[in-house]
Design a binder for this molecule. Structure first.
Ligand SMILES: *Cc1c(COP(=O)(O)O)cnc(C)c1O
Length: 339
């Protein structure tokens, strides 16, 4: 039995999800004739109270499309130094949109409205890149699954409004934040111009993300997705997985969070850990003390058939998900307690 805690992307479609996929009615989505993709897009748009939603093969493509929608070449986006769009999208911000990132020194991937104010280049000062967009992530990936304080989100939104800046949310794991903080999609839809959400992380789909926004901003999205190579044909088989996941796999994320907290508590009591980042959702980041090096620890766990990933600087990451079962959890806790 391999226990894979590297990421919540390692899940495989459940029998129920596969069944929904096999039964999907499909068509050519480039002609907008895939009724299952159309149903998924209108469902997600409704959830967020936006007029438009678009299905994407990946979260990266959804975010990159959003960056392109909000900016012109030469512009600058304000985001955290941990941001996925800066660290993990292959340099796409510069490659696809010709923009630079103004990186804020936040805490666990989150920053304040005041920091945003200070980072905006004055529009009349033509020597600096023109600031046109603010991007945040919820939950934060590199920040260890931390959740934004919604009041601070609203303050950042106000700053964007005052300075005529776009506001994009990378909500790859927004579902985790919503169930944990008892917040709603509607609230987030009201706060942001565009939001990308992922179906293939905690929700357990094999593929898929959705970008939502109102008509004005989403007008060009179809063309940009096409340019990026994301115009799909009978993608409804994949969208069916998304519809199934939205109906069945959101509330259960709380179980992943509970397991993550239990792992965090066990690690805190162990003899080999120096520090555990606060566990808010399904990600546990911990730092080793001098007992083991990062590589030694990964090998030690791998010998026990447990996979996890190293993050450098003696930090390691565990991510709980819907294919991490109770019996696997008991085994991992037992190993941590006895190491
Ligand atoms: C996973 C993730 C994405 C999208 O990644 P893909 O692998 O392209 O689907 C975007 N943002 C964050 C914060 C993520 O964790």
């Amino acid at each position: 039995m391999i226990i894979d805690l590297r990421s919540d992307t390692v899940t495989k479609p459940s029998p129920g999800m596969l069944d929904a996929m096999m039964r999907a009615n499909v068509g050519d989505d480039v002609y907008k004739e895939d009724e299952t993709i159309n149903a998924l897009e209108s469902k997600v748009a409704d959830m967020f109270g936006k007029s438009h939603a678009m299905f994407f093969p990946t979260g990266t493509m959804a975010n990159q499309t959003a960056l392109k929608l909000h900016t012109n070449p030469g512009d600058q986006v304000i985001c955290d130094k941990y941001a996925h769009i800066y660290n993990y999208e292959g340099g796409g911000a510069s490659f696809n949109s010709g923009i630079s990132c103004n990186l804020l020194d936040g805490s666990r991937g989150m920053f304040t409205a005041q920091q945003v104010i200070e980072a905006i280049n004055p529009p009349e000062f033509y020597h600096s890149p023109l600031t046109t967009l603010v991007e945040i992530e919820n939950t934060t990936n590199k920040g260890g699954g931390a959740c934004w304080d919604f009041q601070e989100v609203l303050k950042v939104k106000q700053v964007c409004k005052d300075h005529n800046l776009g506001f994009h949310l990378d909500g790859a794991r927004l579902w985790n934040a919503l169930v944990e903080k008892k917040e709603t999609t509607q609230q987030y839809g009201d706060a942001f111009d565009t939001i990308s959400v992922c179906l293939s992380k905690g929700l357990g789909c094999p593929i898929g993300s959705v970008l939502v926004g109102d008509e004005q901003i989403m007008k060009k999205a179809l063309r940009i997705r096409k340019i990026l190579g994301g115009g799909m044909r009978q993608g409804g088989f994949l969208a069916a997985a998304g519809l199934y996941a939205l109906d069945n796999n959101i509330e259960r994320l709380l179980e992943d969070h509970k397991k993550a907290r239990e792992l965090g508590d066990a690690l805190l009591k162990s003899s080999f850990v120096k520090k555990v980042e606060p566990v808010e959702t399904n990600i546990v980041i911990f730092e080793l003390n001098e007992k083991y090096s990062e590589n030694q620890f990964i090998e030690l766990f791998s010998a026990k058939n447990i996979k996890l990933i190293g993050m450098g600087s003696n930090k390691l990451r565990l991510v709980t998900h819907l294919d991490y079962f109770d019996n696997q959890h008991d085994r991992v806790l037992e190993i941590i307690n006895n190491l």
